[in-house]
Design a protein around this ligand. Sequence first.
Ligand code: FES
Length: 244
Amino acid sequence: MSDKPGRRRFLGGCSALLGMLAATRSARSTGELTPFAPVMLVDQRDRPLNIGSLAVRTEYIFQYPFISTPCFLIDLDTELPGGEELSTKDGRVYRWGGGVGPRRSVVAFSAICAHRLSHPTRSASFIGYRPRAVGYMNSERKVSRRADVIQCCSEQSVYDPAHGARVLGGPAPQPLAAIQLEHRDDGHLYAVGVYGGDLFDKYFERFSHRLVLEYETFDVQAPVGETTRVMRGDEFTRHLVTCG
Ligand code: FES
């Protein structure tokens, strides 16, 4: 993956780099991981997130690896061993690492749609996790219906979060980028990297002007820091758009 300005800034400092590499050594086995310094997921009161407190089959949002890049966090309530071989639009193959937590049921993905970068904003979100069955056109152009998908209402791309957010239907050319999570012995949950096809450069190119207003800073590519807050999707976004 390319060495991008925001990442260079993030990776500055030898000690941070060494710590980061140590923390992500095991994660590299899952594929082409772009490592970032570990970020602890915290609740609304900035306490370490208790993974057991997540409502199952419910969409949560957190910002990672930059302050303006939203990700989904979902406990799918079923063991997800991972191992699926997936590929990016440009043909890079990677293996999805599966879920984390006591039941290996918790997953995270970038919430930036792989088609035209639709993503949750404070005012509205056209892309989201659907716990109930939704209809869509699958990759064989047949009408399908199923629950537990991430669906983008912009042009109807549908992803399967239980299998690395692979594309089930619609125009998306690759899965959502996966967030590497670590559930450590102390019970805390960390995000440590991104793998698959991340679209951060295009996202900043296209949306920086709006992001400056939304996040009230000119440095929308700043790293999230040591912690990142997790919010329910319906608290993060005022208007959750459904495709119906
Ligand atoms: S932006 Fe998501 S389907 Fe087009």
